[in-house]
Each structure stands twice: as structure tokens, then as C-alpha cells.
Design a protein around this ligand. Structure first.
Ligand code: PLP
Length: 415
């Protein structure tokens, strides 16, 4: 079907009705059918985020310095709250970005240019040593900047294998990465050990707390075991933490932090090349949604540490109930011991890919890990409504597959 750009406009009511119709055809995330992509806190948190976003709907954070001191101030305060939360030393700095990918691209860019300055070699091409569980955003950054990526197999508990990473470092290594937690298994890498390694070898360590950063400190405060992962570790030179994930802020919003402003200065883009004169941005993008800055500020201030602790309690209590229900299914076990609200799990006697197919026939969008083949859930509050149905459907699908297997075996034994 070819799309035409219609000559005449369409009335507002019809547009809105069509949008609602489109939406009705999407997967039912509110009903808990989608195990990733959408994060939710309590409904009042979503509402304050939307209201703040709409108040600054038209403002452009590209102009924060020249025209919108409100946005400049809010961005500085969001970064400041993060620096406080992540135990940053004096002199640390950061910027808001459009998401984890941009935060990581900026950290890699800063690291590359800092490394080039150290070596006094503007064409130096370095490599990055990462656990295999790290996010592909590092590969995107490497693809953009022509860097080499070295992915190192994880330990049996799915955490970064620090001695194996140490062995992969050579004179051209510029960055080590650890995740807090990694997306595939939800486990936090041994960042304290990576920090020691980074210091010993003089390499930049990035802590990728994109998914867990805004929840892990509060989980620790309510008594959950959370290994150290932040700027309190002396080897961590940069840290990414996405507000639009477990910060429960509207998309697009993340923060990239640096342990000192000198490191941050290497991420800047400054050009004086066109008739309009100097053009510079701290991060990659130009035009930036003012609404995302205002909404993040509003949500952080609205919740405070107490609010985030309460949500961490609710989400992790729900996660525990998911784990209890899942592991009650015969043969089912978790892949690793997750610290936060991401879990991967499977049974070793059956094909979890087949389970995923049966689950999707029942209307679930199955989250998957491929090595080892597992199901995957990234849980926030809207998943509570469907917890019992999910576990029941999963148990049914597994029983169905085991039933088939048994039939086949019985037939075979009669043959
Ligand atoms: C989500 C995620 C990213 C990338 O963030 P986007 O906001 O999707 O660009 C990076 N690292 C980890 C561990 C993530 O979970």
C-alpha cells in the first residue's frame, strides 16, 4: 500500500480516534503483557512527569544557556542530585542526554579523546574490553569512532570475569566496562575489582548503570545486597544512568557523569566552521526536548529518596513473588542471582524457545536471552496485575511441552 500525503488536513477528533485505534492494536503493556520497553512507578509519578513535560513542551534545551535559564538550572539540579546519589567526589560533573545510548557514546568519545591527548596522538585507535553481557551501545560507539571491541566471556554466575578481562588488556586498551546490572541477566558486575584493575593498569572504567542506576542505591538503603558500582569507587571515571528506566521519568532522559570536569571536557563538540559562527554542544544531539529536562527534575523532586525507596520496596517485593512463583515450576531456575528487577530463567530439559512461542500464542510478548536460551523479565509496577496469569500460563506451556516429549518417548520405546 502506498502512502499519500493528503492535500487536506484531518479533523482533530478523527485524528485522535485513529490514534486510539492504532494503540488498541499494540501489545497490552498496561496489562503486563510486555516484559520490557515500558517502566512504570505509581500513577501519580507518571502524571507529574507528564504535567512537567507539557509545561516545557516547546522549550529547547539546546538554548538552555542563552534563552532558558529554567532548563539550565533544572539540568544542573538533576545532574547534582545524581552526583550526590552516586557518591561523586568534589569536582565531578555530568550532563543530561537523550538515553543510555547517547550517554555511552559520550563516555566512549570522552575516553577516546582523553586517551589521544594522553598519548599525544590524534589518530590513536584504541580498544575497549567489555564483558560479553555489556550493552551493544558500546559497539555502536565503537562503530562510530572506529574503535576495537573485545568482548570477554562472563563467569558461570554471569558476572564479568575480571582476570580474563585483565588478560585482554594491552597497550592500546582505553576502556573497561562493568554493568550495574547487565541487561541479559540482571546481575551487577564486580565493579570494585574492575576499579582496582583499572587503577592498576591506568585504564578508564565506565560503570554502565543505565538500567539500574536510579534504583540500586535505594535497594541498598532498604537492606538489599547491592555491590558497590558508582563513583565512590576510585577507578570509575564515568557512569551512565537512565532516568527513563527505573528513574520512572518520561523518555528521553539519561545522565552521563564524570568523576571530574576535566574528563567531561573531552566529550564536548565545538566547531567554528560555518557562517553562523561557533557552534558547540556538550553532548551529541543539537535540539533537545525541554520537556524531558523539566519532567526529570519534577519526578526526582516529587519522589525524593523516600519515594524511590518506597518504589524499590514495591518492585522488589513483586520481583520476589515472581521468583517464588517461577521457581515453583518443576525444573525452573534463575540464570544467576539478580540484584534488581531484571530476571532471566529457564528449564534445562526443554527448549525455552518453544516455551516462548507458546507464550506468544497466549498473547505475551516474550522477553528472551539466547545464550543460554532463557526467558527474560524486566519488571516494574504494571507487571503485578498479570503476575499470577503469567506464571500459570508459563507452567501450562511447560507442562504441554513436557507432555509432548513424554508421548514421543513412549512411542519411541514401543517401536
Ligand atoms: C537500556 C540500556 C542501555 C541503553 O539505553 P537506551 O536508553 O535504550 O539507549 C545501555 N545499557 C544498559 C545496561 C541498558 O539496559
Amino acid at each position: 500500500m502506498s502512502i499519500r500525503f493528503e492535500e487536506q488536513g484531518t479533523p482533530r477528533t478523527q485524528i485522535l480516534a485513529t490514534l486510539a485505534e492504532f494503540q488498541a492494536g499494540d501489545a497490552d503493556w498496561r496489562g503486563g503483557k510486555v516484559p520490557l520497553y515500558v517502566f512504570s512507578g505509581p500513577s501519580d509519578v507518571g502524571e507529574i512527569g507528564k504535567e512537567a513535560f507539557n509545561l516545557f513542551f516547546s522549550e529547547n534545551a539546546l538554548g538552555a544557556r542563552r534563552a532558558f535559564p529554567s532548563l539550565l538550572r533544572m539540568e544542573q539540579e538533576v545532574v547534582g542530585m545524581g552526583l550526590d546519589l552516586f557518591h561523586a567526589p568534589p569536582g565531578a560533573a555530568g550532563n543530561m542526554t537523550s538515553g543510555g545510548t547517547e550517554s555511552i557514546v559520550m563516555a566512549v568519545k570522552a575516553c577516546r579523546d582523553w586517551s589521544r591527548a594522553q598519548r599525544n596522538d590524534t589518530s590513536f585507535r584504541g580498544n575497549l574490553v567489555l564483558p560479553e553481557t555489556a550493552h551493544p551501545a558500546f559497539d555502536k560507539a565503537a562503530a562510530l569512532m572506529d574503535l576495537e571491541i573485545r568482548r570477554i566471556p562472563a563467569r558461570a554466575d554471569y558476572r564479568a570475569d575480571v582476570p580474563a578481562m585483565a588478560a585482554a588488556i594491552d597497550a592500546a586498551t582505553i576502556m573497561l566496562v562493568g554493568s550495574a546490572p547487565c541487561f541479559p541477566f540482571g546481575v551487577i558486575d564486580p565493579l570494585a575489582e574492575l576499579s582496582d584493575l583499572a587503577i592498576a593498569r591506568g585504564v578508564w572504567l565506565h560503570s554502565d548503570a543505565c538500567v539500574g542506576g536510579w534504583m540500586a542505591p535505594f535497594a541498598a538503603e532498604i537492606g538489599r545486597a547491592i555491590p558497590q558500582f558508582d563513583l565512590g569507587l576510585p577507578g570509575v571515571r564515568s557512569l551512565s544512568a537512565d532516568l527513563h528506566k527505573f528513574g520512572f521519568c518520561p523518555k528521553p532522559a539519561s545522565v552521563i557523569f564524570y568523576r571530574d570536569a576535566v574528563l567531561q571536557s573531552f566529550q564536548e563538540m565545538k566547531f567554528d566552521v560555518w557562517p553562523s559562527g561557533p557552534f558547540g554542544t556538550q553532548t551529541l544531539v543539537g535540539t533537545r526536548a525541554g520537556g524531558a529536562v523539566a519532567a526529570s527534575w519534577a519526578v526526582l523532586r516529587y519522589l525524593g529518596r523516600t519515594g524511590y525507596r518506597e518504589i524499590a520496596h514495591q518492585v522488589l517485593t513483586m520481583r520476589d513473588a515472581f521468583i517464588a512463583g517461577l521457581t515453583a515450576i518443576p525444573g525452573m531456575h534463575l540464570r544467576g542471582t539478580p540484584e534488581l528487577a531484571i530476571i532471566a530463567f529457564g528449564c534445562d530439559d526443554i527448549d525455552m524457545g518453544q516455551v516462548a512461542t507458546l507464550m506468544s500464542e497466549r498473547g505475551w510478548v516474550p522477553g528472551m536471552v539466547r545464550r543460554p536460551v532463557s526467558l527474560h523479565l524486566m519488571l516494574s509496577l504494571h507487571h503485578e496485575t498479570s503476575r499470577e496469569t503469567y506464571i500459570r500460563d508459563l507452567a501450562d506451556c511447560i507442562a504441554a511441552i513436557r507432555g509432548q516429549t513424554q508421548v514421543t518417548r513412549t512411542e519411541a520405546s514401543y517401536a
